[in-house]
Design a protein around this ligand. Structure first.
Ligand code: SAM
Length: 385
């Protein structure tokens, strides 16, 4: 299996965090590109990255990549890949893919060429006319970008943001991978206290708690590659046990969430229970206008309403203004907010200490971070923008 690579696609802007977490897991030859990070393949690392990654969208095994400007080049290139290192005569091998900025831009045509090429490679090995495809599933995924095609097998199945705790969500839930990234950027500590005054279905609180207590996000779910012969059950068991051994639930971490919508609070409570975190996270129905805390330290981590239409934008802006007023501006406190609103800092009433561009799906957002209150406390924590 030497020579294969693992590929972890991620939201734009999270490549650095994915590379760092893979290195921390012991991955070798880690390389970050736009929207994806790769490292050397091993069965252990495939299981480990699926179980432990907080920021990647999925984990795939890349069989190879090559230039393909014509269907013939695509067919011959795919056929030449070492399929039989993974696929056996009964395995299912459906194909999906994407074409971006390339000579070949028809996804259905490319899908059918890739399928034909794999069938051809399989025929040469097993001398069979038809393949039953009633065995374990090896989902083939190709990415054709600027005339280079990367051909991969999806080891995750359901995307990694599907941790298993959020069957229920409010109207605008933040993606789990993005919430985890925000918690990481906010440097949530094992003994920290997190506040989300717009908690919705509770994603930010749950991801912050899992990060703080080193709970691996995938430890309770299953993955497509658990059916693969190349990664035996013992590998998954060992990796789950190793991930559990890293958990630290005695650290003193706490989180508090609030939302004006009682139904959202009920959903959050249910999701927190499903994540097994009720002991550490409390939620209540409350307007952000009533937010206050006497705690000596805290980390506000939040995803306020966006306001996509003009009228909504003004309502959302009013909430940013309120947030800027109610967040405690004392040493020991920090505030990390994600928003697509370009006027955020002036509405919040203060220039961010750090600002970072991220994509929430297709929406370009900024993460605004405030943590240097003490230096400005003579001014009530306020700074001009
Ligand atoms: C973008 S959603 C947050 C989604 C959340 N991060 C999640 O993953 O489900 C914004 C939330 O703000 C809440 N909200 C709106 N106005 C509010 C107010 N005045 N006070 C508190 N919460 C409010 C909405 O009910 C909604 O759940």
């Amino acid at each position: 299996m030497a020579g294969f690579r693992l590929v972890a696609p991620c939201l734009l802007g999270l490549e650095g965090l994915v590379a760092e977490e893979l290195r921390d897991m012991g991955a070798q030859e880690v390389a970050a590109e736009n929207g994806r990070v790769s490292c050397a393949y091993s069965p252990e690392m495939t299981a480990r990255a699926n179980i432990r990654s907080r920021y990647a969208e999925r984990v795939l095994v890349e069989l190879g990549h090559f230039e393909a400007k014509s269907f013939e080049a695509l067919f011959q290139g795919v056929k030449a890949l070492p399929w039989t290192a993974f696929l056996s005569r009964n395995d299912a091998f459906p194909v999906r893919g994407r074409c971006l900025s390339s000579a070949l831009m028809s996804v259905p045509d490319c899908q059918s060429i890739v399928k034909k090429a794999v069938v051809e490679a399989m025929r040469q090995r097993w001398d069979m006319e038809r393949f039953p495809e009633d065995g374990p599933k090896y989902q083939i995924q190709f990415l054709l970008m600027r005339d280079t095609v990367s051909v991969m097998l999806d080891a995750s199945g359901a995307a990694l943001h599907k941790r298993g705790y959020r069957k229920n969500s409010t109207e605008a839930p933040i993606k789990e991978t993005l919430a985890a990234a925000m918690a990481k950027l906010a440097r949530v500590r094992p003994d920290g206290t997190v506040f989300d005054p717009f908690c919705g279905s509770g994603t930010m609180l749950i991801e912050a708690a899992m990060l703080a207590m080193h709970v691996a996000p995938g430890v309770r779910r299953h993955f497509a590659a658990e059916q693969w012969r190349q990664i035996p059950g013992g590998v998954w068991e060992a990796e789950r046990a190793a991930a559990r051994a890293l958990e630290n639930r005695e650290s003193g971490f706490r989180a508090f969430g609030a939302d004006i919508d009682p139904e959202a609070v009920e959903l959050a409570r249910e999701n927190i229970r499903k994540a097994g975190l009720s002991k550490w996270i409390e939620v209540e129905t409350r307007d952000v206008r009533d937010f206050q805390s006497d705690a000596p330290y805290g980390c506000v981590l939040t995803n306020p309403p966006y306001g996509e239409r003009l009228l909504d934008r003004e309502t959302a802006a009013e909430l940013y203004r309120v947030l800027g007023r109610v967040v405690p501006k004392r040493r020991g406190w920090s505030c990390t907010v994600i928003s697509p609103e370009e006027r955020f800092e002036s509405i919040f009433g203060q220039k961010a200490d750090k600002k970072r561009k991220l994509y929430n799906g297709m929406i370009r957002c900024d993460v605004y971070q405030y943590f240097r209150w003490a230096e400005h406390s003579g001014n009530g924590g306020k700074r001009g923008v």
